[in-house]
Write a protein that binds this ligand. Structure first.
Ligand code: TRP
Length: 445
């Protein structure tokens, strides 16, 4: 009964596509290529895949089972299992992180809106001029926030699920087409080599942190998004199988995004280390040289907007679900209040690309500029910290035995037999790996 008043996914595939929709977003197409470029290419890709398999997938299963068991938001989920303790603090951190990530994610999502417009109506502004223009930065930020609010106000099934269903497969096909084209460009082989031929001398402590942070970010882990989405799954669902489907589709899209960007990058002469601007500097130039490039460009940015939208929706959904469940607010009030907080938190990031000198130049945590600092703070630090506590909680407090009881419902025998390995990863491997990587940033080793 309770599940029905909160909403539940309409179908099995609906849930997988919505969770994949949350996972697949700018993290795959904007963040993954530039982080890979900054961290030396192929060797990073291997580390990244390792992080997804050894840490990402186990944490994903842990979050989904905690959510389905409690049918609650992240704060409520911890409270339901250990009422009087500090554990709900992990949920609060998740709610805060949701607003933090959304605040800068919307800036980049705004760029994709802007680039859609620029593909249709060519502009003489360079990328640097575009992002330094406060009217465009703020206007597109607010427009994207408005789109996100519209979907979240619609609720779980009609709002989120309906959109994810057919647009994610379309993105996949378009990326494949672009790979085919980009492979024919001059200099493509240099890019392929950078992306696929590992040079292990490029791995450092910071490379591992970047790989782990990227895995958490890309799979939407560590802040309770998947606890929240798990709370809307039915008991018929096979959690581990769904988790593998989500992780596999997310990693495949990211990998393909790399195959799409790196061959083109060397042919248009952009540095792999150029950071957040990377995709926006490379792809429009490819579209310019391509026959029918305007149409391809429009389709590409449209699909990227949709991919980003299914992710911003999941980011907004966490604090909203918290306010609706725990504070008994109406969905409408919760959406508006969180949206206002996101605007306040997001303005410095929106103005950090050359508009306001201080926001542009401020340095902290080895990053320059407000947006990059927020990205480092929330994606690379807060998500792994949240993930660490989720592992400790599911592994040791709730206990993997109890978690397995939940996972067993809806799963087949063969899946369950593999879960011994999952228990080992959640209890020992994940906490040790995450803790080591985090201690490393604080210079402990
Ligand atoms: N995973 C999304 C992407 O790759 C972004 C995202 C959505 C996210 N929800 C999240 C990241 C929760 C971290 C936590 O674009």
């Amino acid at each position: 009964m309770e599940q029905n008043s909160r909403g539940i996914w309409g179908s099995r595939l609906g849930f997988i596509l919505a969770a994949a929709g949350s996972a697949i977003g700018l993290g795959n197409i904007w963040r993954y290529p530039y982080v890979t470029g900054q961290n030396g290419g192929a060797a990073f890709v291997l580390l990244y895949v390792g992080c997804v398999l050894l840490v990402g997938l186990p944490v994903l299963i842990a979050e989904l089972s905690l959510g389905r068991k409690t049918t609650l938001n992240p704060v409520g989920a911890f409270k339901a299992i250990v009422p009087k303790s500090l554990w709900p603090g992990v949920g609060y951190l998740g709610v805060l992180t949701g607003v933090g990530i959304l605040s800068f994610y919307l800036v980049i999502a705004g760029w994709t809106l802007g680039y859609l417009v620029r593909t249709i109506i060519p502009s003489s502004e360079s990328f640097d001029q575009f992002v330094a223009n406060p009217y465009e930065e703020i206007g597109y930020f607010l427009a994207f926030l408005g789109l996100t609010m519209y979907v979240v106000l619609g609720g779980v099934e009609k709002g989120i699920e309906r959109w994810s269903k057919f647009l994610m497969p379309a993105l996949f096909v378009l990326v494949l087409l672009l790979i085919g084209y980009n492979f024919t460009l001059e200099g493509a082989s240099k890019g392929i080599e950078f992306y696929l031929k590992p040079d292990f001398s490029k791995i450092q402590g910071s490379t591992v942190l970047a790989a782990l942070g990227q895995a958490f970010f890309s799979l939407s882990l560590g802040m309770g998004t998947m606890i929240t989405y798990g709370s809307y799954i039915s008991k018929k669902e096979n959690i581990p199988v769904s988790a593998v489907a989500v992780a596999l589709s997310d990693t495949t899209i990211a990998f393909l995004a790399g195959l799409m960007i790196f061959p083109a990058l060397f042919s248009v002469g952009v540095e792999p280390t150029s950071g957040p601007a990377l995709v926006f500097n490379v792809l429009p130039r490819v579209f310019e040289t391509m026959p029918g490039g305007t149409i391809v460009g429009v389709a590409f940015f449209l699909l990227l907007i949709i991919a980003a939208l299914t992710s911003t929706v999941s980011l907004l959904e966490v604090p909203v679900a918290f306010l609706v469940d725990e504070k008994k607010w109406s969905r409408k009030k919760a959406v508006w209040v969180i949206a206002l907080m996101t605007i306040l938190a997001g303005m410095p990031s929106a103005l950090s690309q050359g508009t306001v000198a201080w926001f542009t130049n401020v340095e902290f945590l080895g990053q320059q500029g407000f947006l990059s600092i927020m990205n480092r703070l929330f994606s690379d630090i807060s998500l792994p910290v949240g993930g660490l506590f989720i592992c400790l909680f599911v592994g040791w407090v709730w206990g993997t035995k109890n978690a397995l009881e939940e996972i067993r419902i809806g799963a087949d025998e063969q899946t369950i037999r593999l879960m011994g390995f999952w228990q080992f990863l959640v209890k020992y491997v994940c906490p040790v790996v995450i803790a080591a990587v985090l201690l490393n940033i604080f210079g402990v080793f």
